[in-house]
Design a protein around this ligand. Sequence first.
Ligand code: KIV
Length: 271
Amino acid sequence: MSAHNAQSLITIDTLNNLKANGEKFTCLTAYESTLANVISSAGVEVILVGDSLGMVIQGHNSTLPVTMNDLIYHLKNVSRGNINSHLMADMPFMSYSTKDKALTNAALLMQNGAHSIKLEGGRWICDLTSTLAERGIPVCAHMGLTPQSINRIGGYFVQGRDTDKKEEMISEAKELQSAGASLLLLECIPNDLAGEITKSLSIPVIGIGAGASTDAQVMVIHDLLGISCLEKPPKFIKDFLAENDSVQSAVAAYVKAVKAQKFPAKEHTFF
Ligand code: KIV
């Protein structure tokens, strides 16, 4: 039976209020019910059923092989373990390549337990964002390093370092907000750019490898538990289990560190 409690469910409104009050919030990925329950119990506001599952669960070297069926399978498991966190689900590679596909697939995710969906892209997803938002689906736009485009980007590099690209990203973020995005996620961009975008938007901004000035942080749960399968883990992750004696206390330490603005620290940040 689902542990879901509609009374205290974290909603987009809750996240907006946290931003308005200057209180940092947390997000972690989960792919199955037991860890989802631990994460939600620790007070993590947002659980992301990310397409990172392609790498950390399925053992692929990118997120591209993840299908809608895979995503739905993991989403249903996470949903059963969730208590009251906001459940965000990734739209897999090519599942939003046309408006019709985006509508069908986003609806499937919402019908299987998601409270919002996440799409990768900048200006080109504005139209899709409006279409989904108008139909009642909260959208998180994922900008910066967008792993589904890894074959165009050429590697997992920091994005938005040059002035033109910076200006472009600030404009795109504002356009996404105007198009109806409820949340923005920034991956692997310099601290000052993330700060500028966060300041200029009223919607909450979640960061990973984007410094401490975003409204929230997200991490892949495997990275937090020190079991990254990458040969050289990226500088923005921290093994919280190394300093704690249980998974529960590692997750609680992450929540505490983000709220106290102790994580991410300088050594986890791109400048
Ligand atoms: O799929 C995922 O886990 C993500 C996070 C890395 C932000 O998109």
